[in-house]
Design a protein around this ligand. Structure first.
Ligand code: GCU
Length: 443
């Protein structure tokens, strides 16, 4: 059936004309589906179909207490909201301690045309060298005199996709099959080297005095629905007991992995672990917001085009919807999240509260003009409505409820921009993240 051969994430890559034709074909397919299937296909590109909705008050506790002091926020409302996001959206992070071991695999003091020291470090999550593990790719400015602030974020295709350099190890983890890179058995190849280079402005980052740590997200949890068994789930979820409704899905697993990376960075002399910004694009932007909420050690949080389940308000029901995301990606969220399929108004929370969970730390949310799937306006409103918490904590929220113009970033103690173009990470985005980090992370 058409809807399975052309997903909306894929239709993001098409030209406007082919997208329109695809849209028409999609409509024909859509109308021929039965009701149950069509419910799963829900998405909306029509502002007039946005329902009337009321956002739950971020400063009113469930028992009705008005949250009017930083103390009450920290002791009552923040923990309550964190618990609600575990319960209704992402599920708990993997429970249980791991003993991390690390091994340096390579070191190149003259990477990126001599601008960076580049290291590959394997982090083992158990005593077994063949057990769950992740590879950190770490860049620091070659001329750094001491520890540097840094950006930490997952990549989609393996660390070898960040640079076209034969010296980088090719990931051995499961990867999605991809004709362009000759991948047909879920193992990456040489052809994928550098395939994500345009998304990682490594030279700009190190020349601005920052480190960059990136990890292939599939090391922590391969991105397909296998009933929560592979990746780090194998360490924590033994036995056949039915899965709890609030057990974490892949986004919680990935957020956990980012925190383990930060554990490792805390003993890395070249990184100032107290000044690490967690960054993510798209599904990994949802992840960076959840990592920022669950781990207060992250000094800054950046969510690039995170959309549904990220910065965008679910109750707006614009672009991708809860029913749609839970159907296409049943492994990302907790099982309880499915209760809100086509039932967003019943959610006791919304995603402005996810952003507020990072307050008072600086949060940057970014959109792309053509990325309607991620609902740019809903992403903007997410940051805007986190404002009362920033204000309560003596920080500056976004100044206006009016969405800024295209390519006109607004930065206070939170930040937002919508740039021209499609769903992607561009140099323009990195330039803004660096400027925001200069304001908040540079000593
Ligand atoms: C799909 C999905 C989005 C997600 C995106 C991505 O488009 O529907 O929710 O953000 O993939 O991660 O690239």
């Amino acid at each position: 059936m058409l809807h399975s051969s052309l997903s909306h994430s894929e239709s993001r890559q098409l030209s406007p004309v082919s997208r329109r034709i695809a849209g028409l074909l999609f409509l024909v397919g859509f109308l021929s589906m039965n009701a149950a299937e069509s419910a799963a296909e829900e998405y909306n590109y029509d502002e007039s179909k946005v329902p009337a909705y009321t956002l739950p008050d971020v400063l009113k506790a469930e028992d009705g207490t008005k949250i009017d002091s930083p103390e009450l926020w920290a002791s009552k409302r923040r923990p309550e909201l964190l618990r609600m996001f575990e319960e209704h959206v992402f599920g708990k992070l993997p429970q249980g301690e791991v003993k991390l071991r690390t091994k340096v695999r390579s070191e190149n003091p003259k990477a990126i045309n001599g601008a960076a020291l580049r290291r590959e470090v394997t982090v083992y999550f158990s005593a077994d060298d063949n057990g769950p593990q992740m590879d950190l790719l770490i860049y620091t400015p070659a001329n750094a005199k001491g520890p540097v602030p840094a950006f930490l974020g997952y990549n989609f295709n393996g660390n070898h996709s960040v640079e076209k350099d034969p010296a980088l190890n090719i990931t051995e983890s499961w990867v999605r099959n991809n004709k362009d890179y000759g991948i047909d058995n879920n193992k990456s190849t040489d052809a994928a080297r550098g395939s994500e280079a345009s998304r990682w402005a490594v030279e700009k980052i190190v020349k601005s005095g920052y480190g960059l740590i990136t990890i292939y997200y599939g090391d922590v949890d391969p991105d397909f629905d296998d009933g929560f068994k592979n990746g780090i789930h194998s360490l924590f979820e033994k036995g056949a007991a039915p899965r709890a409704g609030d057990a974490g899905g892949s986004i919680s697993a990935w957020a956990w992995g980012l925190s383990r990376a930060l554990d490792v960075l805390e003993s890395d002399a070249k990184i100032d672990a107290k000044s690490v910004a967690v960054f993510g694009h798209s599904r990994l932007g949802k992840t960076s917001l959840w990592a920022g909420a669950t781990d207060p050690r992250f000094a800054m949080i950046i969510a690039n085009e995170s959309g549904c389940g990220g910065a965008a308000l679910s109750k707006r029901w614009y672009g991708e919807t809860v029913a749609r995301i839970n159907t296409s990606f049943p492994h990302w969220f907790c099982l309880n999240h499915r209760k809100y399929n086509n039932n967003e108004q019943a959610m006791p929370i919304d995603h402005h509260m996810l952003i507020a969970l990072s307050a008072p730390r600086p949060v940057y949310v970014a959109s792309a003009e053509e990325d309607k799937w991620a609902d740019p306006y809903g992403e903007f409103l997410g940051v805007y409505h986190a404002g009362p918490v920033y204000q309560l904590l003596s920080k500056k929220p976004l100044p206006s409820e009016k969405m800024p113009g295209v390519n006109e970033p607004v930065m206070t103690d939170v930040a937002y921009h919508v740039r021209t173009g499609e769903h992607d990470v561009k140099d323009f985005d990195w330039e803004q993240y660096i400027a925001f980090a200069d304001k908040h992370l540079k000593k």
